[in-house]
Design a protein around this ligand. Structure first.
Ligand SMILES: Cc1cc2nc3c(=O)[nH]c(=O)nc-3n(C[C@H](O)[C@H](O)[C@H](O)COP(=O)(O)O)c2cc1C
Length: 197
């Protein structure tokens, strides 16, 4: 699959079934994704893979924290078992030399690259955040250290036949692009000076 096709056809897939990549295939794909833009080549991220019953623990931690009753606890447990593989993306900023926002941008780039590589292999994925990303209980359960922060999980698997999301038609975003010479024409300080004589 060429890059343009991958970008145009990737969708967030909500219904994911087995198979998902095994540990070895995930590592292979991540190795490719790790070449995403990364100022200072810091790799300010790490991944924690959760499979089968381990994923239910995420929901149980959130249920515990929110004081959910038995029915809500069960719903939360099921909610976090929606895919055969949940890859938790941990933001692990490294030092002050590169501003933190740039490191966060690098972590986002690697996630997108990974989603495209998964898609090119006919796996589906969706980046999920919500309560997960802010829950101290989930952070403790995953063993986050120091300044680390959970950026959510990528749920990964195979889109169920018939449920795969339809390709989106890209919006016309040309209004977000300004040619600098158009901008300059409307600014007296940068307007071209009339030539003498
Ligand atoms: C940082 C981030 C967090 C997201 N969190 C959620 C989420 O919690 N739940 C969800 O259903 N989708 C989540 N998404 C997926 C977006 O909703 C989705 O990408 C968007 O609707 C566009 O759809 P598409 O990916 O199919 O093109 C998240 C995406 C990003 C980049």
């Amino acid at each position: 699959m060429d890059v343009m096709t991958a970008v145009l056809t990737r969708r967030s897939e909500h219904t994911l079934r087995a198979p998902a990549p095994d540990d070895e295939e995930f590592a292979y794909l991540l190795r490719g994704a790790s070449l995403a833009p990364d100022h200072g080549r810091l790799r300010p991220w790490r991944w924690i893979l959760l499979r089968s019953g381990e994923r239910a623990q995420l929901g149980l931690r959130i249920a515990e924290e929110s004081g959910a009753d038995a029915a809500a606890t069960e719903a939360l447990r099921d909610k976090y078992q929606r895919a055969p593989l949940s890859a938790a993306l941990v933001f692990a900023p490294r030092g002050q030399r590169i501003p933190e926002w740039e490191q966060l941008a690098a972590a986002s780039c690697v996630a997108h690259a990974l989603m495209l590589l998964l898609h090119a292999r006919e796996y589906g994925s969706i980046w999920r955040t919500g309560q997960l990303a802010t829950s101290p209980g989930v952070g403790r359960f995953l063993g986050l250290r120091g300044s680390e922060r959970l950026l959510g999980v990528l749920d990964i698997g195979t889109p169920e036949a018939g449920t795969a999301q339809r390709r989106r038609v890209p919006d016309d975003v040309s209004a977000t692009i300004t040619r600098f010479d158009d901008l300059a024409r409307h600014r007296p300080d940068t307007a071209p000076q009339a030539e003498d004589g």
